[in-house]
Each structure stands twice: as C-alpha cells, then as structure tokens.
Design a protein around this ligand. Structure first.
Ligand SMILES: [Zn+2]
Length: 571
C-alpha cells in the first residue's frame, strides 16, 4: 500500500531527565533491556484523575519502549502501610489489611478500564520490610543515618550533593523543616499525586495542619531540620515490625529505595512519578540509594551520565561505562492536572475519582484527554475538556467505522468482479484495517521525541478529514474498477494511519462499532434523553431544514449540542 511518508532514518529516543534538566538521548545500561520504576499509590482511597494521568503517561512510555524492541521490566509499587491507611482503618473499624486490599483491587479495576498494561512487578511495601531494614543498616554503617528515640533518621548533612535533583540545597531554619513536614517525612505521606492549581504550585494536602509555632515532636530528635525518617517507632495499636531499633515501621522513602534495589538491582534506567514527588520523595530516595551504595552524588547531578550501554550485569559499582555516581539514569516526572485554576482537594469536595469520571464518560475519552497535553506540562481538566475529548474520539471511531464499512463494500465489488459465482454478503461489517508497519514507524518517530503524545493525536487530523471527504463523495458513482481500487487504497491507507496512532496511544482500534455503541449510551445518559427522543429531535430538525427554516433547525442542533450530543451531518 502506498504511503505518503518520505523515507526517514530512525532517530534515537530522547527523554527529559529532571536531574540534568534537559532532553537527552536515552541509552539503557544494558543493551536491549530497560528497567523502569514508577512510584505507586498509597492505598487508602479511590484513585483520582491525578493518578490516572501518571499511570496512563507511564503506560505510554512502557508501550513505547516495548515497541522499540526493549525487554522492559516495569515495577510499580503499592504503599500499603501509612498514617492515612491506619487512620482510615481505625475510623471505620475495618482491618487495615482488608482496607488496602480493597483499594488495590479498585486501583487495578480503574487502570484496566483505562487500557493500562499490567507492570512486570507490583510489589507491596509490607512484603519488603526486611529488605528495608537491611538497607537502613547499610546506610547507618556508612555513617549516613542515626538512631534517635526509637526512630532512625537520615543525616542529610553527611551526603555530598544532597538536594541536586530538586535544586533545593540544605536550608537552615524553620522553612526547611516545614517543607519536609508538609510533604511528609517518610511516614504519613501520600505516595499519590497532588493535583495543583498550576504547574509549580503544589497543592498542600487538605488536612495539612496550620504552621506550627513550635517544632513538632520529632524535630527535637533530629540533627538537622531536613533529616528524614528511615524508621519510625510505632505508637500503640499501630501495625509494627520488629527491628534492631525496636518495633516500628519503615518511612515512605526507604520503601521505594528497597523495592527498587530488590527488584531492579543497582542501576535503574528510568525512575518516574508525578512532579510533586521530586521533593522530598525522589530527592530522599536518591540520597538513600547513594548512601547505601557508598558513593557521593554527582555535583549538580551532572557527573558521569553520558556513558553508553553495557552488556555486563551491573554490580554494586555498576558498570565501567556508568560511573557509580547515580543509581538512576533518567528521572521522569509528569505535570499536574490543572482544574481551571481550582485546586482539587477533599476539603473542597471536588476530588474527581477515576471511577466517577468513567460513570459518565467512556474510558477512551478520558485516556484521549490525558494524552492530549505533553506529559510534562500542566493538563487543563474541566467537564468541557472531557466532553470535547468524548466528541473527538466519537468522531474518530464513527469515521473509522463508516470508512471501513465502505472499504468492505468496495472489496466485495472487487471480489465479485473476479468471482462472479461466489457472491457473498458484507452485512455492514467493517473491514478491520490493521496499522501498516510504515505508519507505525513514522508515528513512533513523533513519540521518540520525549513521548510527544499530542503530536500523535494531531497526526490523525488529516487522515480523518480525508476519510470524511471521501465519505461525503461516496454517492457519486465510482466508474470502473480502477477508480474503485484507488478509492479502496485511499481508505485503507488513511484508516491504517489512524489505527496506528490509536494503537501507539494504547487506545483500542479493532472494534469501533462496539465502542460507538458504549459511547452513545453514555452520551444519552449525560443528556438525560432516550434514543427515541434524540431520533425525533433529529427528524424534526431535518424537516425544518427541508422547509428552509434554518433558524429553528439550528436551535435544535444547538440544544442537542448543549447536552453533549453532536449531530454529524451527512449529505
Ligand atoms: Zn516512590
């Protein structure tokens, strides 16, 4: 099949690394293999659209790496012990293990509906406590942590380079302490994602206490205000694990470091999460891994990251081409969800849970919207944006279905010409056009530029327009086999390109009729109309148009549009 793309030389994948603050070529430490760790949710509540954004974004990264031929090990954890979990369990009387299991199941259901692939490993923090204790012991042996009052704290002043990921050096005084407190020192943080009013303005947790006028109790146990907890002594009636420092539980940051090292080893290619995790969570994770591994962090994080790939299994000292100054080769962070300038928080009652959004909108619409902005930028989210995304995907699938039904009809005519005796019926069944390798390859080039999903979405505009133009002209008879063959070729080429884009974005493309039916049911629910009511309004509008009462016809169309039902006129 002819394609319009000129021949191109495949380019290299580039990713924006938060540490180097630049888009850099991606070279994994092991040839053909990629390890990726993405911080997971704290399972004490339903997941919201901020979570959906992170995990859909990294799902596209996961798919992209696989498309590029890498054998990817993708780890996404669950934080299943935490102050919020304990509080919610004790408030409701539900055992905390049951509560976390319930929300893990709900998280899986939400992400499956959003077409996210299952990671290679989904460790629960509580299954790795002995690894966390071992790592804390190593950090203490190397002189980077100290015990105090049953807790263990990381000594931030002992590690050269601390703060270079977030660009926050060691501060002195109350500001530093408050920053760590607000963001959660180890225990008691939401490993999930705050949804803020705008980029760079992280929303404070709704339950954040007023600024204390005196240091909180554990500040008195620390050497420096920014020291963070690796281990916390448990309070009565809290879950605990025995340790060399007494009964207690791990801090949030050490959980991820221990799971990273246990499952992915000493060199991790990609470590990702929401941008609110850069400080303190990822800053502290990076410090812990360096301290446990016995190396200083690179000055400004720039040392020794330009190396090529290596076939050796990395050891504690990593491999010769990867100087042991960084455990993570690429730090990836996605932007916030921007709720039209309004912070999403429990106190405002405007938290949008994934399950609630999917009660009214099709998962393809939500996934389309989440990928319509580059993952690093703030994502404008509003009911209108969601409706527009729903219209966009409806238009795409409607066009694909109509074009593919017509393609099937043309194919039938072709086959009849050759085999007049074996006449068969098409029954309005579309010809499912798989993405041609050339289309997938050229769209992959767009994604290789730091995962530019909006560019892939834009690449569907022209072929969809051309398909609609062709459909508009379809009633003009196609004279001769040559014209029909050319038309069929055009339909197949354009459908292939759109399907290739949907496929790379992780959206379904094989069953447009079923998807359209599901979307129609949801749209009617949103409009509070039955299919019969819509049909009679459309008929009424058609009559007004025939009678040249265009103002009245337009009023009906506008009324339906205001309820989220768009009329696609056919000639
Ligand atoms: Zn983490």
């Amino acid at each position: 099949m002819a394609t319009r793309e000129a021949a191109f030389a495949p380019t290299q994948l580039t990713l924006y690394d938060s540490l180097r603050r630049a888009k850099v070529p991606f070279v994994p430490v092991r040839e053909n293999k990629v390890s990726m760790y993405v911080c997971g949710v704290t399972v004490y509540d339903q997941s919201h659209i901020g979570h959906a954004r992170v995990y859909v974004a990294f799902d596209v990264v996961y798919r992209l790496l696989q498309r590029l031929g890498y054998d990817v090990t993708y780890v996404r954890n669950f934080t299943d012990v935490d102050d919020k979990i304990i509080k919610r369990a004790s408030d409701s009387g539900e055992p905390w293990q049951m509560l976390t299991k319930r929300f893990i199941d709900a998280f899986h259901a939400d992400l499956a509906r959003l077409y996210c692939l299952t990671p290679t490993h989904e460790p629960r923090a509580t299954a790795y406590v002995s690894e966390m204790i071992s790592m804390i012991e190593r950090i203490m042996e190397r002189g980077h942590a100290y015990g105090s009052g049953g807790d263990v704290y990381f000594d931030v002043q002992s590690l050269k380079g601390y703060g270079s990921l977030s660009g926050r050096g060691l501060e002195s005084g109350k500001g530093a302490a408050q920053a760590q407190e607000r963001a959660g020192i180890g225990v008691g943080s939401d490993a999930g994602i705050e949804v803020a009013a705008s980029m760079g303005m992280q929303a404070a947790p709704a339950s954040a206490p007023p600024t204390p006028s005196h240091p909180p109790p554990d500040q008195a146990l620390k050497r420096h205000a920014q020291d963070f907890a690796l281990w916390k002594a448990s309070k009565p009636d809290e879950p605990f694990w025995p340790s060399p420092w007494g009964n207690g539980r791990p801090g949030w940051h050490i959980e991820c470091s221990a799971m990273v090292q246990s499952l992915l080893g000493s060199c991790v290619d990609i470590h990702g999460g929401g941008r609110d995790l850069i400080f303190p969570h990822h800053e502290n994770e990076r410090a812990q891994l360096a301290a446990a591994g016995g190396y200083a962090l690179g000055e400004e994080g720039k040392a020794g990251l330009q190396g090529g790939s290596c076939k050796e299994q990395p050891s504690e000292a990593c491999c010769p081409r990867q100087p042991a100054s960084e455990h993570v080769r690429y730090w990836l962070h996605n932007g916030f969800v921007d709720m039209s300038g309004v912070k999403m928080s429990k106190s405002l009652g405007n938290v949008l849970h994934i399950a609630d959004v999917l009660d009214s909108h099709h998962p393809t619409a939500l996934r389309w919207l989440l990928l319509s902005t580059h993952y690093r930028h703030p994502l404008p989210f509003s009911p209108r944006a969601l409706d527009e995304a729903a219209d966009r995907v409806y238009y795409a699938y409607r066009t694909l279905l109509d074009a593919q039904i017509w393609a099937a009809e043309l194919l039938e005519v072709e086959s009849e010409a050759f085999e007049k005796s074996s006449r068969r019926s098409v029954d309005n069944k579309p010809l499912v056009v798989p993405p041609a390798p050339a289309d997938t390859a050229s769209l992959l080039e767009l994604l290789k530029d730091d995962v530019s999903t909006p560019a892939v979405q834009s690449a569907t505009v022209e072929p969809l327009h051309e398909l609609n133009e062709a459909l508009r002209r379809r009633h003009k008879s196609l004279k001769g086999a040559e014209q029909r063959a050319a038309q069929l070729a055009l339909l197949i080429a354009r459908c292939s390109r759109v399907n290739a884009a949907l496929d790379l974005l992780g959206l379904p493309w094989k069953q447009p009729a079923e998807l359209l039916h599901e979307m129609k049911v949801l749209a009617l629910n949103r409009a509070n109309l039955s299919e019969e009511q819509v049909r009679s309004l459309v008929e009424e509008r058609n009559e007004k148009r025939k009678a040249k009462r265009f103002e009245q016809a337009d009023a009906i169309r506008a009324d339906l549009a205001s309820r989220g039902i768009a009329i696609m006129d056919t000639p």
